[in-house]
Design a protein around this ligand. Structure first.
Ligand code: SAH
Length: 255
C-alpha cells in the first residue's frame, strides 16, 4: 500500500517511519511511504506556506498552491491516489471500521494542516475526505497523519507478522481485548491467574473470551450494541450470563 504525506515538518513523520512495526514494513517494502516537504512546492523567495486570513483575525492560514502543486507532483510521480485525506478536527472520526476501509485502498495521500486552518479551496479542489482523530484540537496534522498511517498500516496484510494478533486486538469484533500477562508469574505477590498456567487450552480460550466480554460490558457497553452481531456463540452466551447475573443483583438490591 502506498502513502504520501504532505507536511511542512517532514522530519517528524520520518522519525516515526524509522522504527516500530509500521516503520519496519516500509523498510521491507510492504508499505511504500513518501514524505513530501510542502516548502519545496512554494515559488516565492521566502518559501512561504502560510499567509494572513482574509477578513482579519488571529493566526495564519496555510496557502492553497503548495498543496495543489504537491498533490500534482504525487499524481505525476506516484500515480493517481484512491483518496486524498485532509486531517481535520471537522472530519469523520477515525475508528476501526474506517481504518479497515482505508487499509483496502492501494494509495492514500495525507495532508497535514498547521496554524489556524488550511485554505478552504484545498478542501474543495483536491481533498476527497476529511478525517479527525478525536474531538480535541492539535496544533498540526502530522500526529493525526501518523495515527492514520499506524492504524491503517498495521491492518495491511504482511505488516504485522502474526495476522491472528491483529484479529484479536480490541475493536476487531466489537470487543475489547482480554488482559495479558508475561513472566514472572509472581510480581510481589500479585500473581497470574491460575488458568493461564494450567496448560488447558480450552479453558484458557474460554477465560480470555469471558474477560473480554466482561471488560467490554463494564467499560464500553456501546460496543456490544453496535457490534453484538459479530460475537460468536460462546461470547454471546457469556454476555447473556453476565447480563442475567447483573439483573439478579439489581433485583436483590431492590428487594
Ligand atoms: N481551526 C481549526 C483547527 C486547526 S488545528 C478548527 O477549529 O477546525 C491545525 C491543524 O491540525 C488542522 O488543519 C489539522 O490538520 C490538524 N488537526 C488538529 N486537530 C485535529 C484532529 N482532532 N484530527 C485531525 N487533524 C487535526
Amino acid at each position: 500500500m502506498k502513502f504520501d504525506v504532505l507536511t511542512i515538518f517532514p522530519s517528524m513523520v520520518e522519525a516515526f517511519l524509522a522504527e516500530g512495526v509500521v516503520g519496519r514494513a516500509t523498510g521491507r517494502g510492504v508499505l511504500d511511504v513518501r514524505v513530501h516537504n510542502l516548502r519545496q512546492f512554494t515559488t516565492d523567495r521566502h518559501r512561504s506556506v502560510d499567509d494572513v486570513p482574509y477578513g482579519g483575525g488571529p493566526g495564519m492560514v496555510m496557502k492553497s498552491e503548495p498543496f495543489f502543486r504537491a498533490v500534482e507532483n504525487v499524481e505525476r510521480t506516484r500515480g493517481i491516489p484512491d483518496a486524498v485525506v485532509l486531517t481535520s478536527p471537522q472530519g469523520t472520526p477515525l475508528n476501526h471500521a474506517e481504518s479497515l476501509r482505508l487499509s483496502r485502498l492501494s494509495h492514500v495521500v495525507l495532508l497535514c494542516g498547521r496554524y489556524e486552518a488550511v485554505d478552504e479551496r484545498v478542501r474543495a479542489r483536491v481533498v476527497s475526505e476529511e478525517i479527525s482523530i478525536g474531538d480535541y484540537v492539535l496544533s498540526g496534522g502530522e500526529i493525526p497523519a501518523m495515527v492514520i498511517l499506524d492504524a491503517v498500516g498495521r491492518l495491511v496484510p504482511g505488516v504485522v507478522g502474526d495476522a491472528a494478533s491483529v484479529r484479536d486486538d480490541s475493536f476487531d469484533r466489537g470487543l475489547l481485548d482480554h488482559p495479558h500477562y508475561t513472566r514472572p508469574a509472581d510480581v510481589n505477590g500479585d500473581v497470574v491467574p491460575d488458568v493461564l498456567l494450567s496448560g488447558n487450552h480450552a479453558e484458557i480460550r474460554w477465560w480470555r473470551k469471558y474477560e473480554a466480554v466482561k471488560r467490554t460490558l463494564e467499560r464500553r457497553p456501546d460496543l456490544l450494541t453496535k457490534g453484538g452481531s459479530r460475537l460468536d456463540d460462546e461470547e454471546r452466551e457469556i454476555l447473556q450470563q453476565l447480563q442475567d447475573s447483573e439483573l439478579e443483583r439489581k433485583a436483590r438490591a431492590g428487594a
